[in-house]
Write a protein that binds this ligand. Structure first.
Ligand SMILES: [Cu+2]
Length: 180
């Protein structure tokens, strides 16, 4: 390589760096201006599962709630006592990537039946999320259509497995999610 070729290469690299730095500066100015680019609406939904002190039943709180359409980051804090669900396939479906994160872990697409205490299941949207006791579950869902969607826990957490309260009791292990 001759010296003139080497210096030519350096000049081209320097020019590219200048263009990149210049582009970054322009992008920063634009994002701080009044005409911010249209962005995807992101909202947050926090649900808690606690033992109702009056009935002694585990209860989702809130059980009936409204959430904007778009991308929703959901967090479920499950404070119930440990439980298991023998025979459960316990696959995560209907979330972004069909995964959930438990206590900040790497995303998982399946949860061991030995740990599952409750579920958050929205049949019409194909959403099924597993909730281990005394854990925090996070996941992201996309809500494309407004309307009312029934949700329920399909884990047999009732007095007699699949039957009996609070299974299917509105305000406890069932409710309505309104997408607006
Ligand atoms: Cu349940």
């Amino acid at each position: 390589m001759r010296d003139s070729e080497w210096f030519g290469g350096v000049a081209i690299i320097a020019a590219v760096v200048v263009v990149l730095v210049g582009g970054f500066a322009i992008a920063s100015e634009t994002s701080g201006g009044s005409s911010a680019p249209s962005s995807v609406a992101v909202s947050y939904l926090n649900l808690t599962i606690q033992i109702n002190q009056t009935t002694g039943w585990p209860q989702y709180s809130p059980a009936n709630f409204s959430v904007p359409s778009g991308e929703v980051h959901v967090k479920i804090v499950d404070q119930d006592i440990p439980a298991s669900w023998p025979g459960c396939a316990c696959n995560v479906t209907g979330t972004q990537g069909n995964v959930e994160s438990i206590n900040g872990s790497a995303p998982v697409s399946q949860v061991s039946w030995t740990a599952v205490a409750h579920t958050f299941t929205v049949a019409r949207l194909g959403i099924n999320v597993l909730s281990p006791a005394q854990s925090t579950v996070t996941f992201t869902i996309w809500l494309n259509q407004t309307g009312s969607y029934a949700w329920q826990c399909v884990d047999p957490c009732g007095a007699d497995g699949f039957t009996g309260a609070p299974m299917g009791v509105p305000g406890f292990m069932a409710g309505t999610m309104t997408v607006f």
